[in-house]
Write a protein that binds this ligand. Structure first.
Ligand SMILES: [Zn+2]
Length: 255
Protein backbone atom coordinates (compact mmCIF):
# COMPACT_ATOMS: atom_id res chain seq x y z
CA UNK A 1 0.00 0.00 0.00
CA UNK A 2 2.78 2.42 0.92
CA UNK A 3 4.51 1.78 -2.40
CA UNK A 4 1.29 2.43 -4.31
CA UNK A 5 0.86 5.77 -2.51
CA UNK A 6 4.48 6.71 -3.21
CA UNK A 7 4.12 5.75 -6.87
CA UNK A 8 0.94 7.84 -7.13
CA UNK A 9 2.55 10.84 -5.46
CA UNK A 10 5.53 10.56 -7.78
CA UNK A 11 3.27 10.33 -10.83
CA UNK A 12 1.20 13.31 -9.71
CA UNK A 13 4.23 15.45 -8.91
CA UNK A 14 5.48 18.00 -11.41
CA UNK A 15 8.78 16.15 -11.76
CA UNK A 16 9.29 13.38 -14.31
CA UNK A 17 9.21 9.79 -13.07
CA UNK A 18 12.58 8.71 -14.39
CA UNK A 19 14.44 6.09 -12.36
CA UNK A 20 14.50 2.49 -13.53
CA UNK A 21 14.87 -0.82 -11.72
CA UNK A 22 17.63 -3.41 -12.05
CA UNK A 23 15.21 -6.34 -11.66
CA UNK A 24 12.17 -6.22 -13.93
CA UNK A 25 9.70 -7.06 -11.15
CA UNK A 26 11.01 -4.32 -8.87
CA UNK A 27 12.81 -6.65 -6.45
CA UNK A 28 14.42 -5.24 -3.29
CA UNK A 29 16.11 -6.46 -0.11
CA UNK A 30 13.44 -7.15 2.51
CA UNK A 31 15.95 -6.50 5.32
CA UNK A 32 16.38 -2.96 6.64
CA UNK A 33 20.11 -3.53 7.16
CA UNK A 34 22.17 -5.01 4.33
CA UNK A 35 25.85 -5.85 4.72
CA UNK A 36 28.41 -4.91 2.09
CA UNK A 37 31.30 -7.38 1.88
CA UNK A 38 34.57 -7.54 -0.04
CA UNK A 39 35.99 -10.59 -1.83
CA UNK A 40 39.73 -11.00 -1.19
CA UNK A 41 40.76 -11.48 -4.84
CA UNK A 42 41.77 -8.03 -6.10
CA UNK A 43 45.30 -7.58 -7.45
CA UNK A 44 45.42 -4.49 -9.64
CA UNK A 45 43.18 -1.89 -7.97
CA UNK A 46 45.97 -0.24 -6.00
CA UNK A 47 43.99 -0.67 -2.80
CA UNK A 48 43.91 -3.43 -0.19
CA UNK A 49 40.77 -5.44 0.58
CA UNK A 50 40.37 -3.51 3.85
CA UNK A 51 40.87 -0.27 1.93
CA UNK A 52 38.18 -1.30 -0.54
CA UNK A 53 35.84 -2.08 2.34
CA UNK A 54 36.45 1.43 3.73
CA UNK A 55 35.63 2.94 0.33
CA UNK A 56 32.40 0.92 0.18
CA UNK A 57 31.35 2.07 3.66
CA UNK A 58 32.04 5.69 2.69
CA UNK A 59 29.98 5.18 -0.46
CA UNK A 60 27.07 3.93 1.62
CA UNK A 61 27.32 6.76 4.15
CA UNK A 62 27.86 9.55 1.62
CA UNK A 63 25.05 8.47 -0.69
CA UNK A 64 22.43 5.81 0.08
CA UNK A 65 22.32 6.01 3.89
CA UNK A 66 21.50 9.72 3.80
CA UNK A 67 17.92 9.41 2.59
CA UNK A 68 15.45 9.93 5.48
CA UNK A 69 12.55 8.53 3.45
CA UNK A 70 14.37 5.21 2.91
CA UNK A 71 14.36 2.37 5.45
CA UNK A 72 17.49 0.78 3.95
CA UNK A 73 20.87 1.03 5.66
CA UNK A 74 23.97 -0.38 3.98
CA UNK A 75 26.48 -1.40 6.64
CA UNK A 76 30.05 -2.63 6.80
CA UNK A 77 30.39 -6.37 6.32
CA UNK A 78 33.74 -8.17 6.15
CA UNK A 79 36.52 -9.23 3.84
CA UNK A 80 35.63 -12.78 2.76
CA UNK A 81 37.38 -15.41 0.68
CA UNK A 82 35.68 -16.22 -2.60
CA UNK A 83 35.90 -19.04 -5.16
CA UNK A 84 38.14 -18.66 -8.23
CA UNK A 85 35.03 -18.26 -10.42
CA UNK A 86 34.47 -14.76 -9.04
CA UNK A 87 37.70 -13.65 -10.72
CA UNK A 88 37.31 -15.54 -14.00
CA UNK A 89 33.64 -16.04 -14.86
CA UNK A 90 31.15 -14.01 -16.88
CA UNK A 91 28.54 -12.25 -14.76
CA UNK A 92 25.69 -13.56 -16.95
CA UNK A 93 25.19 -17.10 -18.25
CA UNK A 94 23.25 -15.60 -21.17
CA UNK A 95 22.80 -11.96 -22.13
CA UNK A 96 19.75 -9.86 -23.12
CA UNK A 97 18.23 -10.39 -20.69
CA UNK A 98 21.03 -11.35 -18.33
CA UNK A 99 20.56 -14.72 -16.68
CA UNK A 100 22.94 -14.42 -13.70
CA UNK A 101 25.76 -16.95 -13.61
CA UNK A 102 24.82 -19.43 -10.84
CA UNK A 103 28.52 -19.96 -10.04
CA UNK A 104 28.64 -16.37 -8.75
CA UNK A 105 25.92 -16.72 -6.16
CA UNK A 106 26.94 -16.34 -2.53
CA UNK A 107 25.60 -15.72 0.97
CA UNK A 108 27.07 -12.25 1.56
CA UNK A 109 24.11 -9.94 0.67
CA UNK A 110 26.17 -7.42 -1.32
CA UNK A 111 29.56 -8.78 -2.42
CA UNK A 112 32.15 -6.56 -4.12
CA UNK A 113 34.82 -8.63 -5.81
CA UNK A 114 37.37 -8.40 -8.62
CA UNK A 115 37.06 -9.96 -12.05
CA UNK A 116 39.02 -10.12 -15.31
CA UNK A 117 36.62 -11.94 -17.64
CA UNK A 118 36.95 -10.65 -21.24
CA UNK A 119 33.21 -10.69 -21.97
CA UNK A 120 32.51 -8.74 -18.79
CA UNK A 121 35.16 -6.16 -19.58
CA UNK A 122 35.53 -5.93 -23.34
CA UNK A 123 37.49 -2.71 -22.88
CA UNK A 124 39.04 -0.75 -20.04
CA UNK A 125 36.28 1.88 -20.12
CA UNK A 126 34.02 -0.61 -18.34
CA UNK A 127 34.94 -0.13 -14.71
CA UNK A 128 32.46 -2.39 -12.94
CA UNK A 129 29.36 -4.54 -13.42
CA UNK A 130 26.65 -5.46 -10.94
CA UNK A 131 23.70 -7.82 -10.93
CA UNK A 132 21.27 -8.92 -8.21
CA UNK A 133 22.09 -12.58 -8.84
CA UNK A 134 19.93 -14.31 -6.29
CA UNK A 135 16.32 -13.17 -6.37
CA UNK A 136 13.33 -14.98 -4.87
CA UNK A 137 10.05 -13.47 -6.03
CA UNK A 138 10.36 -9.78 -5.23
CA UNK A 139 13.18 -10.24 -2.73
CA UNK A 140 16.83 -9.74 -3.57
CA UNK A 141 18.79 -12.30 -1.56
CA UNK A 142 22.23 -11.26 -2.78
CA UNK A 143 23.95 -9.12 -5.38
CA UNK A 144 27.38 -9.42 -6.98
CA UNK A 145 29.43 -6.37 -7.92
CA UNK A 146 32.45 -7.06 -10.12
CA UNK A 147 35.26 -4.53 -10.52
CA UNK A 148 37.47 -4.67 -13.61
CA UNK A 149 40.80 -5.87 -12.21
CA UNK A 150 42.64 -6.25 -15.52
CA UNK A 151 46.02 -4.55 -15.80
CA UNK A 152 45.48 -0.92 -16.78
CA UNK A 153 41.98 -0.82 -15.29
CA UNK A 154 40.46 2.62 -14.78
CA UNK A 155 39.45 2.15 -11.16
CA UNK A 156 43.03 2.30 -9.90
CA UNK A 157 43.63 5.59 -11.73
CA UNK A 158 40.61 7.37 -10.25
CA UNK A 159 40.70 9.71 -7.27
CA UNK A 160 39.42 8.42 -3.94
CA UNK A 161 36.25 10.51 -4.30
CA UNK A 162 35.65 9.08 -7.78
CA UNK A 163 36.21 5.53 -6.55
CA UNK A 164 33.61 6.14 -3.84
CA UNK A 165 31.05 7.44 -6.35
CA UNK A 166 31.76 4.49 -8.68
CA UNK A 167 31.11 2.03 -5.84
CA UNK A 168 28.01 3.97 -4.79
CA UNK A 169 26.63 3.79 -8.35
CA UNK A 170 27.21 0.03 -8.50
CA UNK A 171 25.70 -0.40 -5.03
CA UNK A 172 22.63 1.35 -6.43
CA UNK A 173 22.32 -1.48 -8.97
CA UNK A 174 22.94 -4.03 -6.18
CA UNK A 175 19.96 -2.76 -4.16
CA UNK A 176 17.60 -2.81 -7.14
CA UNK A 177 18.01 0.40 -9.13
CA UNK A 178 18.71 0.67 -12.84
CA UNK A 179 19.96 3.70 -14.74
CA UNK A 180 18.38 7.13 -14.70
CA UNK A 181 18.19 9.46 -17.71
CA UNK A 182 18.47 12.43 -15.34
CA UNK A 183 21.99 13.76 -15.84
CA UNK A 184 22.67 14.90 -12.27
CA UNK A 185 21.73 11.49 -10.83
CA UNK A 186 24.25 9.12 -9.31
CA UNK A 187 22.46 6.44 -11.36
CA UNK A 188 23.04 8.29 -14.64
CA UNK A 189 25.06 5.85 -16.68
CA UNK A 190 28.19 7.92 -17.19
CA UNK A 191 30.30 10.84 -15.95
CA UNK A 192 30.57 9.52 -12.42
CA UNK A 193 33.53 11.77 -11.68
CA UNK A 194 31.29 14.66 -10.70
CA UNK A 195 28.85 12.72 -8.50
CA UNK A 196 29.29 13.58 -4.86
CA UNK A 197 25.69 13.37 -3.70
CA UNK A 198 22.42 11.78 -4.75
CA UNK A 199 20.14 13.56 -7.21
CA UNK A 200 16.37 13.85 -6.73
CA UNK A 201 15.74 10.91 -9.05
CA UNK A 202 18.05 8.65 -7.00
CA UNK A 203 16.12 9.68 -3.88
CA UNK A 204 12.80 8.95 -5.61
CA UNK A 205 14.13 5.52 -6.66
CA UNK A 206 15.38 4.35 -3.27
CA UNK A 207 12.26 5.73 -1.58
CA UNK A 208 10.09 3.76 -4.01
CA UNK A 209 11.97 0.51 -3.29
CA UNK A 210 12.53 1.06 0.45
CA UNK A 211 9.79 3.31 1.83
CA UNK A 212 9.88 4.04 5.54
CA UNK A 213 6.93 2.07 6.89
CA UNK A 214 4.59 3.69 9.40
CA UNK A 215 2.37 0.84 10.63
CA UNK A 216 -1.20 1.84 11.45
CA UNK A 217 -3.71 -0.19 13.43
CA UNK A 218 -7.01 -0.34 11.59
CA UNK A 219 -7.80 2.59 9.31
CA UNK A 220 -5.47 5.46 8.70
CA UNK A 221 -6.78 8.80 9.93
CA UNK A 222 -6.01 12.44 9.46
CA UNK A 223 -6.13 15.12 12.16
CA UNK A 224 -8.14 18.11 10.93
CA UNK A 225 -6.96 20.24 13.83
CA UNK A 226 -10.05 19.93 16.05
CA UNK A 227 -9.49 19.94 19.80
CA UNK A 228 -9.08 16.48 21.28
CA UNK A 229 -12.13 15.28 23.27
CA UNK A 230 -10.37 15.71 26.61
CA UNK A 231 -10.28 19.49 26.05
CA UNK A 232 -13.92 19.84 24.97
CA UNK A 233 -15.34 19.47 28.49
CA UNK A 234 -13.70 22.60 29.96
CA UNK A 235 -14.46 24.54 26.78
CA UNK A 236 -18.19 23.69 26.94
CA UNK A 237 -18.26 24.57 30.65
CA UNK A 238 -16.69 27.96 29.90
CA UNK A 239 -19.26 28.54 27.13
CA UNK A 240 -22.15 27.78 29.51
CA UNK A 241 -20.75 30.13 32.16
CA UNK A 242 -20.45 32.88 29.53
CA UNK A 243 -24.13 32.36 28.53
CA UNK A 244 -25.23 32.40 32.14
CA UNK A 245 -23.15 35.53 32.83
CA UNK A 246 -24.72 37.33 29.86
CA UNK A 247 -28.22 36.38 31.00
CA UNK A 248 -27.60 37.68 34.52
CA UNK A 249 -26.04 40.88 33.13
CA UNK A 250 -29.05 41.60 30.87
CA UNK A 251 -31.48 40.84 33.72
CA UNK A 252 -29.61 43.32 35.95
CA UNK A 253 -29.87 45.98 33.20
CA UNK A 254 -33.66 45.49 32.96
CA UNK A 255 -34.10 45.62 36.69
ZN1 LIG B 1 25.39 1.52 -14.08
Amino acid sequence: MVKILIALSLLLSTKAFAFSLSVSNGAFFKENIVKVNIGDNCQNLGVTSDGLLSLAVEAAEQFWNKVPTSRLRLEQGAVVSVAAAFRTDAICSTDNPCIPNPDLTHSHEVLITCNTNASNFANTSIIALTVPNSVAGQNIISSTLLINDNAGNQFQSKSRAEQISILAHEMGHAIGLGHSPVTDSLMYYRSLASRFRLGWDDIDGITFLYPVEQPISGCGSVDLGTKPPSQMGPLMLGFLFALLGGYVFRKNLKS
